[in-house]
Design a protein around this ligand. Structure first.
Ligand SMILES: [Zn+2]
Length: 628
């Protein structure tokens, strides 16, 4: 949309607003970090998705005989290093371009950043913090949270409050630009300057190239040579940076409003890989939702081997016309699960017919009005039961070590587990369990210990893990905050005459959800399950967290949005608010007094700003917590 706006503004400059987004450069500033005013402006570059435009830029501004540098545009986070007499003095994020956050302690933990240069010079080195795909995948595997892409993880890591935490992240840094503060005119060209950087011990990519420009042909060839190997690059790149090599001529060319004329970025379209659909598989989840995915002929994409791509739902398949045997293009768009983007050749197979029967229990699938998904209506569908068990035992839920998907499937098959409540009967079957092939005494012990430990999980986790429709952590919290802090109270409420009215009145619950909650809590099967779980010794009352904490947030209503470094999941932040007597809500309304806004806060932040609600960021919030 920004590109569209740019081109509209070029055609109709008279309509351009002075505060147009095209004139603004984003900021990554965060409160809580010491600020530093960059001694050289940290520019952003004009960019284009079209090679032709990039060639036209070169023709117009570079001129024959001049040299152009080509560098990968790394998809990471900008970090500017300030060295004095060869010593790393400070590391500063890009921020607004003029003022950045000082993150020196975090930068010191990045191994590729030298603390001491080989020559005692004063310089400013601009570079990018990034992560290789291999490091990213390994980190994700070992991490409790799944990060969507290396860029977000790299940027977030840089702003970590504890350097010890940053040190754990496999970050790298590479230099792109150098400014010699002590002797700015020592080198006439960028390529010499970068060679000098390398000799000082600063990391510089080996594949940076400098070509002499004699017309678009040479440049195009050079661009193509980068594009050809782009898939093999070990880290995320989203384009190429093209720069005039001659630093003195740059001064003549100068700037437009926001960007230098002497450089441009040629951005790549998202990575696409072409392959064949070998099979279209459908899965039944714990809610009965049937989701299709494509099994692909394995293909390399953005540094990883891709074997599956999501197909979303029946409509998506139909719209795209994907069949078994189709040749398709898949993209990752920076995410972990790739998606089918387009069908290149549908192939000669039959059009895919979405199954009408559940692949697990053969029940006839249903599609409720206005829903895009097909559902298996059978409450005893094995695949639904298995996935409900998997969900209940997950780390984020009841966290039962030993009961992962494989073990759950085995125990289900052998009749040890069918429903959630069966988990708490396992201890009576210890002998039979340890005789099972594939389980040993040791793994049985791990399972039973995990089951035992889960009895201490708080009421809110228990209720949110059972998998009753609409009753997740958020609704559970709303009920608890409104005084319904025990199962008993929930059940009494559900069977009372004015249940609907009471629930609908609660901030965060609408009429439809109110009806669903009542229905779920009055459902006979759920009632008997809840009773079994209570008998099994699970926590059915909210432990009073009225600890020694002062109720500093009493009377306040907080909404929490965006993602956080210290509070993952963000429920942890809500817990802190409630521990201090505050209320939490899922939406911003006139009743909201504070918005805790993390990274990527969207509409809620805007709404809060409009309503004049106090907005608190993570750093300020941490300080508030420390005060109590
Ligand atoms: Zn089924």
């Amino acid at each position: 949309m920004l590109r569209e706006l740019q081109s509209l503004e070029e055609q109709h400059p008279e309509l351009k607003e002075p505060d147009s987004p095209t004139e603004l450069v984003g900021s990554d500033l965060e409160a809580g970090f010491e600020k530093f005013e960059h001694t050289v402006p940290i520019l952003s570059l004009g960019n284009t998705y079209s090679t032709e435009e990039a060639l036209a830029w070169a023709e117009k501004t570079i001129g024959p005989g001049q040299k152009i540098n080509l560098q990968w545009k790394v998809d990471g986070a900008t970090l500017v290093l300030y060295y004095e007499k060869g010593k790393l003095l400070r590391a500063v994020t890009r921020g607004t371009g003029q003022i950045g956050d000082v993150v020196t302690n975090n930068a010191r933990t990045i191994r590729s950043i030298p603390l001491q240069l080989r020559e005692a010079v004063d310089l400013v080195a601009r570079g990018e913090v990034y992560m290789t795909f291999a490091d990213f995948e390994k980190f994700n595997e070992e991490s409790e949270n799944i990060y969507a892409n290396p860029r977000n993880l790299a940027a977030g890591s840089l702003k970590h409050k504890k350097s010890r935490e940053t040190a754990r992240r496999p970050l790298r840094w590479v230099a792109f630009d150098l400014h010699l503060s002590s002797d700015p005119e020592r080198f006439a060209s960028d390529s010499e300057l970068l060679n000098f950087a390398r000799s000082l011990g600063l990391p510089v990519f080996e594949d940076n190239r400098t070509i002499e420009f004699h017309g678009p042909g040479d440049l195009q060839k050079a661009i193509e040579s980068f594009e050809e190997v782009r898939e093999e690059v070990a880290f995320p790149v989203d384009g190429l940076v093209l720069k005039l090599d001659d630093r003195f001529r740059r001064l003549d060319l100068g700037f437009t409003a926001a960007v230098p004329r002497w450089a441009t970025a040629l951005k790549f379209e998202p990575d696409l890989a072409q392959t064949r659909v070998e099979e279209i598989e459908v899965f039944v989840g714990r809610t009965g939702r049937v989701t299709p995915r494509a099994r692909l002929q394995p293909v390399q994409l953005a540094g990883t081997t891709v074997t599956y791509a999501t197909l979303h739902n029946a409509d998506f398949i139909e719209r795209l016309g994907v069949r078994v045997g189709s040749t398709v293009k898949v993209s990752k768009r920076g995410e972990i699960i790739p998606a089918v983007e387009e069908v290149v050749d549908p192939g000669s197979g039959k059009p895919f017919e979405f199954p009408s029967l559940c692949p697990s229990c053969q029940s006839k699938l249903v599609r409720p009005d206005e829903m895009v998904d097909w559902l298996c209506p059978n409450p005893e569908c094995p695949e639904k039961e298995i996935n409900a068990l998997i969900f209940f035992c997950q780390r984020k839920q009841m966290d039962i070590a030993g009961l992962g998907e494989k073990t759950i499937r085995l125990l289900y098959e052998r009749g040890f587990l069918r429903r959630i409540e069966d988990i708490y009967l396992l201890s009576q079957k210890e002998q039979a369990l340890s005789e099972l092939e594939g389980l040993g005494k040791k793994s049985v012990q791990i399972i039973l210990d995990g089951v035992e430990k889960s009895r201490q999980k708080p009421f809110r986790t228990v209720m949110a893990s059972i998998g009753m429709k609409d009753i997740g952590p958020f609704i559970t919290d709303v009920l608890i905050q409104n005084g319904y802090d025990a199962l008993e109270k929930w059940l009494n409420l559900a069977s009372s005459k004015d249940a609907h009215e009471v629930l609908d009145d609660m901030d965060g619950i609408g009429p439809d959800t109110a009806s669903e909650i009542i229905q779920q809590l009055n459902n006979a099967q759920n009632r008997s399950r809840l009773e079994s779980l209570r008998k099994a010794g699970l926590q059915m009352e909210s432990a009073q967290t009225a600890s020694a904490l002062e109720p500093t947030m009493a009377g306040q209503t907080w909404c929490v949005t965006g993602s956080f470094v210290h509070f993952r999941p963000r429920d942890l932040a809500m817990d802190e608010i409630r521990k201090r007597g505050g209320r939490t809500t899922g939406s911003v309304s006139s009743k909201t007094t504070h918005l805790l806004a993390g990274a990527e806060s969207g509409s809620k932040l805007e709404k809060a700003q409009k309503l004049g609600i106090q907005i608190v960021n993570e750093e300020e919030f941490l300080r508030l917590l420390e005060e109590t």
